[in-house]
Design a protein around this ligand. Structure first.
Ligand SMILES: [Zn+2]
Length: 475
């Protein structure tokens, strides 16, 4: 029991601080949510990671049949973790294994460490492609941790008790911003759950309530602005919003998207990213806006590996994210291959003083998103980054098809913003030239669409449509 005392003491201290002296008095001057851990020297940070890694692996081995079987078959035992390098003895965990276990043993598979009766929350992935969703359960302790992770990010981007935070989020089974909602309560900010209502209704509420912070996907933040324009509302002038916190799609770190959003809202835009598999965020952008996202390194180990050789890659090299989480007791996530494309850079890249490394450009897309068109690699996020340079383009879709059953073609369908119709004559050839130059001369087709014909998204925009016969089979 002795190990619990520091936690009890810290909880009481926090309680006293929060209720009797008001939390803002204690914390308002700090740039960090957890000053000690966010500025911890890396040697100490790594010692902390090793300690937590061992505890998590011991817990997983003792309580999760899924992990015990995997560890045993790889001849790995938690006792073998003597240094952080020993992490590489642990076998990778994949989404496919997790899915298989859910199919074999519905609903949750053999990954959970305890039964459904000990859970307080049930969530699942937002997957829209028809594949089995990942189903997750959380305990009270897990849920506290989930909101705590969001607190790191929200505090770092400047959310304080005086803020009014609006969630443009559906509050459904998808985990999304749920944890962020609780984080704002913990910070002491006023929370407005946007919930299920029209975009117009949300815009009115943002203005009426004087929201200072809006949380949304990048796509929906753009959509809110477009809709506001149609309503004759200038959000930059008529709202009190000074922070837009983005999550859910890689576009939050695309410079052109960010610039467009910052201008549209007259606010700073910060990126963050999480996963249903973790229940919360693992990276966030601080208020210094270094062009990347800090990794919450006291609660995760984030490795970057070459997706083909599985060998680790160094700072400044593109690779695949592999995540180990220390926070969620119900569902231990250990060396989980995410297929996310990232580039790690050292903490010193940012001027905020955190000792936590960053992912330059946030999550840059997914390795399995890559499309091969006539021998050229095309990454949807790279195409989006280029398209977003054109303010005249309101919405777009990347359409991949096969001509005469032989040749693969890529067409960018675009809708122009109102008042920009005359730009088409110069925009079309310019876009063909720039997209071609970025893709080894690949010829892109650009097609003008009528306004309102392309789909709009609130969650997880799906702007890539691949109708080639094989791709359809794979989906
Ligand atoms: Zn920073």
């Amino acid at each position: 029991m002795a190990a619990h005392w520091p936690y009890v003491y810290a909880t009481q201290l926090w309680f006293l601080c929060n209720v009797f002296e008001r939390q803002e008095k204690c914390m308002a001057d700090s740039e960090y949510w957890n000053p000690k851990n966010e500025t911890m020297p890396r040697s100490k940070l790594q010692a902390l990671q090793l300690l937590k890694l061992r505890r998590m692996c011991e817990w997983a081995y003792a309580s999760s049949p899924f992990h015990r079987q995997r560890f045993d078959s790889a001849n790995f035992h938690p006792e073998r973790l003597k240094t952080l390098d020993d992490l590489r003895r642990i076998p990778f965990m994949t989404r496919e294994e997790w899915m298989d276990s859910q199919v074999r043993q519905p609903l949750f598979g053999d990954l959970p460490t305890t039964g459904q009766h000990n859970a307080i929350r049930y969530h699942l992935t937002s997957g829209t492609t028809g594949r089995t969703p990942i189903r997750v359960l959380d305990s009270t302790k897990d849920w506290n941790w989930i909101s705590e992770m969001w607190c790191y990010g929200f505090w770092a981007f400047g959310v304080r008790p005086g803020d009014t935070v609006y969630f443009a989020f559906g509050y459904g089974s998808f985990i999304g911003f749920w944890g962020a909602h609780y984080c704002c309560e913990k910070i002491g900010a006023l929370v407005i759950p946007g919930g299920a209502q029209t975009t117009e209704g949300r815009i009115k509420q943002i203005i009426e309530m004087g929201a200072t912070t809006v949380c949304s996907t990048p796509t929906y933040a753009l959509h809110l602005w477009q809709k506001a324009q149609e309503m004759g509302i200038d959000l930059a002038k008529e709202s009190n919003v000074n922070k837009v916190i983005l999550s859910g799609e890689p576009a939050g770190s695309i410079p052109a998207v960010k610039q467009q959003l910052e201008k549209a809202w007259g606010a700073k835009c910060g990126d963050s990213a999480g996963m249903t598999e973790l229940g919360t965020i693992m990276i966030f952008e601080c208020s210094h806006q270094p062009g990347g996202t800090h990794i919450i390194e006291d609660h995760y180990i984030e490795e970057v590996i070459n997706p083909h050789t599985d060998e680790p890659v160094g700072y400044g090299e593109l690779g695949e994210r592999v995540v180990t989480s220390f926070g969620r007791g119900f569902i231990p996530v250990i060396r989980y291959r995410t297929k996310d494309m990232v580039m790690k850079v050292p903490a010193s890249t940012c001027s905020c003083g955190r000792t936590w490394d960053l992912y330059d450009g946030g999550i840059r897309g997914r390795w399995d998103d890559m499309k091969l068109i006539r021998g050229t690699n095309v990454y949807p996020r790279a195409v989006e980054a280029l398209i977003r340079e054109y303010a005249a383009i309101d919405e777009f879709q990347i359409y991949i098809w096969r001509k005469d059953d032989i040749q693969d073609e890529i067409t960018i369908k675009v809708e122009l913003a109102p008042g920009h119709e005359a730009d088409w004559g110069t925009l079309q050839p310019d876009l063909i030239k720039n997209l071609g130059a970025a893709h080894e001369g690949l010829r892109f087709n650009i097609e003008l669409m009528d306004r309102g014909t392309l789909p709009r998204f609130e969650l997880k925009a799906k702007r890539l449509v691949d109708v080639r016969p094989i791709a359809r089979y794979n989906q």
